[in-house]
Design a binder for this molecule. Structure first.
Ligand code: HEC
Length: 118
């Protein structure tokens, strides 16, 4: 579903690190950060109206999603997005706008369905 609705377009599942001379441990490693490390226009709903270096007031860097399921356990909170406004992961997704509008709207059209795991 993550791929089907277009989340992977920005939250890139797999990257390979570059070559760091003298540091083979981190060179050419396949990692799964779920980020493209890029800045995207996320629309007026997430804008703070303040530009930061070359990013406009509505542009944010795609945060890595790896380990996000453990945020509540490790950090003792579940506040997401740049200012912590989202209290759940779904709320964070529903705040997506701008370049992520299509993916967000696809999520809104998803139907609740039993997965059979519980
Ligand atoms: C156009 C690129 C783009 C697409 C498509 C996109 N995202 Fe995001 N996502 C972002 C950016 C940029 C942020 C940071 C926004 C902010 O902090 O205000 C973000 C934030 C998040 C966060 C909050 C993470 C945190 O640590 O606070 C979650 C969860 C998330 N996205 C999940 C998803 C899911 C699930 C989808 C698919 C429905 C999706 N995203 C589609 C760019 C995108």
């Amino acid at each position: 579903m993550f791929y089907a609705v277009g989340c992977a377009g920005c939250h890139t599942p797999t990257l390979r690190t570059g070559t760091f001379r003298g540091v083979p441990e981190v060179s050419n490693q396949v990692i799964h950060p779920y980020t493209d490390l890029l800045v995207h226009d996320m629309g007026p709903g997430l804008a703070d109206g303040r530009s930061d270096f070359q990013a406009s007031g509505s542009e944010w860097r795609t945060p890595p999603l790896w380990g996000i399921g453990l945020v509540e356990t490790v950090n003792q909170h579940s506040n997401f997005l740049h200012d912590g406004r989202a209290r759940t992961l779904l709320e964070a997704v529903l705040w997506h706008g701008g370049e992520a509008t299509r993916a967000r709207d696809r999520v809104k059209r998803l139907r609740a369905r039993r997965t059979g795991t519980r």
